[in-house]
Design a protein around this ligand. Structure first.
Ligand SMILES: [Zn+2]
Length: 296
């Protein structure tokens, strides 16, 4: 089961959110027919988006993460609701790249590093808050660490990973985000840094282990106290109405062509495998709605 566990440690000076997200990463891989390297990229972005999203309080709130590094995968978008349920898409999720000399998937090259990481928090109450940082490596975790350093006052570290087995299935996925209060004592900071270095790759812990084990490793000697434990999954909130409103935005010529052709149009959601069929008569109705809006 995929879950996010939150804990405090080090006398309250350190907080950690760890996620195990094998299932939702596998689901994304299947929906998008993603290659190994793209599954790894999507899995890393989704894990962070889910942790960010689950920290939002209000029902209906969401966090959107956009990674636009100029690499062959194209723009990656992951959206999480306030429960940490997440969905994603990418421009070219099927592209594959050679394995790096060290045996790792070349996520950095797939994503590219000529661009930005953007996090948009929408609490449904006020204007969405958007923060952006220049990509460091395209490896995602380093980029989120840079984002957190720039956008938050406190020190933070992020580790993310996706492990894909020889059969192509996702064996492990997830990671953690650690935050330190600005006045955290030196010995607490040193302990966190040492633990992070000793923990190494998150997938080596999550492969057969759990998010809780990740917390006990990274917070070793700091008496972590678990605050919450929440199940998360790959979830898309699309509906016929939403797809219809997106369809209403297509060009006038395209719409007229559809109507003239007289054939049903199938629209597939870009975040999930749901398909919606619209008849030419329905398309025609959408047109009227759009034109009315234009007049107003
Ligand atoms: Zn959908």
């Amino acid at each position: 089961m995929d879950e996010i566990i939150r804990a405090v440690a080090g006398g309250g000076f350190v907080s950690i959110a760890a996620i195990s997200s094998r299932g939702l990463t596998e689901r994304a891989k299947n929906i998008h027919k993603a290659s190994r390297v793209c599954t790894a990229a999507l899995g890393r972005v989704m894990a962070a988006a889910s942790v960010f999203g689950s920290a939002m309080k209000r029902d209906g709130a969401s966090v959107t993460v956009r990674v636009n590094g100029g690499g062959p995968i194209g723009t990656i978008i992951a959206v999480s609701d306030n429960l940490g349920n997440v969905r994603c898409c990418a421009g070219n999720p099927e592209i594959e790249l050679p394995i790096r000399p060290d045996g790792k998937l070349d996520v950095g090259r797939a994503v590219g590093k000529n661009g930005t990481l953007t996090v948009i928090r929408d609490n449904t109450e006020s204007e969405p808050y958007s923060g952006s940082t220049v990509l460091v490596s395209g490896e995602i975790a380093e980029d989120f660490t840079a984002y957190l350093a720039e956008s938050e006052q406190a020190g933070a570290a992020c580790a993310l990973g996706v492990l894909i087995g020889g059969d192509g299935a996702v064996r492990a996925a997830g990671g953690y985000i650690v935050s330190l209060l600005p006045d955290a004592p030196e010995d607490v900071i040193a302990a966190v840094e040492r633990n992070i270095a000793e923990t190494g790759y998150v997938t080596s812990v999550l492969d057969g282990g759990s998010a809780e084990e990740l917390i006990s490793r990274v917070m070793r000697g700091l008496e972590p106290k678990i605050l919450s434990r929440d199940a998360v999954e790959y979830k898309c909130g699309c509906s016929r109405e939403r797809v219809a409103s997106a369809l209403a935005g297509i060009g006038k010529k395209e719409r007229e062509d559809i109507i003239a052709k007289g054939e049903d149009v199938e629209v597939t959601c870009r975040f999930c495998d749901a398909a919606y069929t619209f008849s030419p008569a329905e398309i025609k109705k959408l047109k009227i709605v759009v034109d009315k809006q234009k007049i107003i």
